[in-house]
Design a protein around this ligand. Structure first.
Ligand code: ARG
Length: 560
């Protein structure tokens, strides 16, 4: 917090044996509001000063005096500080009014580049709930990274290559019909894929046929390529409908297939560095020194693998973007894969691997079990989104039928519910799939925050508010809001440092709650001396709520 160092400075003047930094790191937030805004614990000092902590606290409290706090109080082993609300409230409101949506930005990333690999669904399969998680978390991290000054490149590493396409071509030849695929591409292709996996149990020779088709595909066989290209373009069209609804954009769609012509080079590099080993006809990089299974580079038939393509992609991205950081927003099931990739790159001698991070997230469970695409146990994302939007539309029709652009607002709110539902918990937790929870608009939800924002905007409209000079507000209800506004830049920094959008989600919920309390207790539009100060506070709340939601990828309609 901004004022922490100020308080630490004052403490340092009576405690010269501790540096300002040490004092600052010791200062904490009191558990109860009535204990002030900052607390300094004296336990550590007790050891060196050979006095009881409470005695030290009492002595310190007596000798402190500065403008930045109005009162100090020794409570047991703590010195509690009550910040000067007059100074701080005016200061904070003024900063938000001045900086507007830039408030909370950081400069540590300026001049640096971060690439984020996110969403990355597999073609010819439905867009899964797991890919939704990656999309939503990655998109938010992109916004947060930019807020921290980074140049961010969003990469959708489409899963458009691999043995599964050999299987799919086999299945299409055996049981597929062109017309059906044209009508419902993903549904039909997925049906074929599931059928393949059923039939293979009875007819294991299908496996070989699939492998052979994939080999043909890798060798550039015309027929195989034609089908693959068709499946791919149908899939991408379907995905882009989803991205449009979600409001998610990418800077690159270079997927796995993009790296086909870079595979030989990749194997050559590894060969030159003496890292390739033959193992049962396959080529691998041994990782036993790091207690990991070998990383497979080429199968015995020469076909490349997921890992080979990821290695080539990493090298390409470093060459292309010179990234300082590279994030992979991919489910926790793939942790080993990324550890292997990073290890191989490190063995190759690339220092830039230190900037690479796998950002894992938990599973979406159905009745406590993982949803498996192979068994056809999937929930279709497009249907979930459509349902959320329809529900939002219904709410609008009931509560605000005269609203302009109802359809767009319904999309923003329905999608807001889905995104926020994902982002409000730490990403590593599993989520039990519940349409009911996803489509909730009250309580700790996106629409609740959106609604709070719209309510604040409507107050400002009613008052025909124009941002003007900030002035102080010292009452308890305002103070809760001021302290939250003050915390925003720190929340952004922590969310980025931990690659954890949930910090922002929890923060906007807190701010929305504090504002709603304020709204319930204070007559904001009352004509008195503080009216313009209150309106400035409301305005500051709209700025930060909107910015917080934006960092989550959630829109904030000003009316709903
Ligand atoms: N397409 C992969 C899957 O669905 C995810 C790709 C993640 N990104 C990567 N660079 N491996 O499992």
């Amino acid at each position: 917090m901004r004022y922490k160092s100020e308080v630490a400075k004052q403490l340092h003047s009576v405690l010269p044996e501790l540096s300002i930094e040490t004092i600052e790191s010791l200062l904490e937030k009191p558990k109860h509001e009535q204990h002030g805004d900052l607390a300094f614990p004296c336990f550590e000092l007790a050891k060196t000063m050979r006095k009881a902590p409470a005695q030290i606290a009492a002595a310190l409290a007596e000798n402190l005096d500065a403008d930045i706090f109005t009162k100090t109080e020794a409570v047991g082993p703590y010195v509690n500080f009550f910040l000067n609300r007059n100074i701080v409230s005016k200061d904070i409101i003024a900063i938000v009014l001045e900086e507007k949506e830039a408030y909370g930005s950081h400069t540590n990333g300026i001049g640096k580049t971060m690439v984020i690999d996110y969403s990355s669904p597999n073609i010819a399969k439905p867009f899964s709930m797991g890919h939704l998680r990656s999309t939503v978390i990655g998109n938010s991290l992109k916004q947060i990274g930019e807020k921290c000054g980074y140049q961010v490149v969003g990469i959708n590493y489409i899963g458009d290559w691999g043995t599964q396409f050999g299987k799919l071509i086999t299945a299409y030849h055996k049981w597929g019909e062109e017309d059906k695929v044209k009508q419902h591409p993903i549904k039909e292709l997925f049906r074929l894929y599931v059928r393949f996996h059923e039939e293979v149990k009875e007819h294991p020779e299908l496996e070989n046929e699939g492998r052979a088709w994939f080999k043909k595909l890798e060798d550039g066989d015309k027929e195989a390529l034609k089908l693959w290209t068709w499946f791919r373009s149908e899939s991408l069209q379907e995905f882009s409908r989803i991205y449009d609804l979600l409001g998610v954009k990418f800077d690159s769609f270079n997927g796995e297939a993009f790296y086909n012509d870079k595979m030989d080079k990749m194997a050559e590099f590894l060969e030159q560095k003496g890292l390739l080993t033959e193992s049962e006809g396959a080529q691998v990089v041994m990782l036993e020194d790091e207690q990991m299974p070998p990383c497979l580079i080429r199968k015995s038939d020469g076909a490349t693998l997921y890992a080979t393509r990821d290695l080539a992609a990493a090298m390409y991205r470093q060459g292309m973007y010179k990234f300082d950081r590279a994030l992979y927003v991919v489910g926790g099931e793939q942790s080993l894969h990324f550890q292997q990739i990073f290890s191989v790159l490190r063995k190759m001698g690339y220092k830039w691997v230190d900037g690479m991070t796998h950002v894992p997230f938990g599973l979406i469970l159905k009745d406590g079990k993982k949803m498996s695409t192979r068994k056809g146990r999937v929930i279709l994302l497009e249907e979930v989104i459509a349902e959320a939007i329809a529900l939002a539309k219904k709410n609008i029709e009931e509560k605000n039928p005269a609203l302009a652009n109802k359809d767009e607002v319904a999309r923003q709110v329905g999608v807001g519910a889905i995104l926020f539902h994902d982002l409000k918990n730490e990403r590593i937790h599993n989520i039990e799939f519940s349409l009911e929870q996803m489509l909730k608009f009250e309580g700790e939800t996106g629409p609740y925050v959106q609604y709070t924002y719209a309510r604040a905007c409507s107050l400002l409209r009613k008052a025909a508010y124009e941002p003007q000079e900030a002035s102080a507000l010292t009452d308890d209800n305002s103070w809760s809001i001021i302290k939250l506004l003050e915390a925003f830049p720190n929340v952004v920094a922590t969310a980025f440092a931990r690659y954890e959008p949930s910090h922002i989600a929890k923060y906007v919920l807190d701010l929305a709650q504090a504002f709603n309390k304020y709204y319930g207790h204070v007559r904001i539009l009352e004509e008195d001396a503080e009216k313009s100060a209150r309106l400035a506070l409301v305005y500051a709340v709209t700025v930060v709520l909107q910015e917080g939601l934006r960092l989550l990828g959630v829109d904030s309609p000003s009316e709903m």
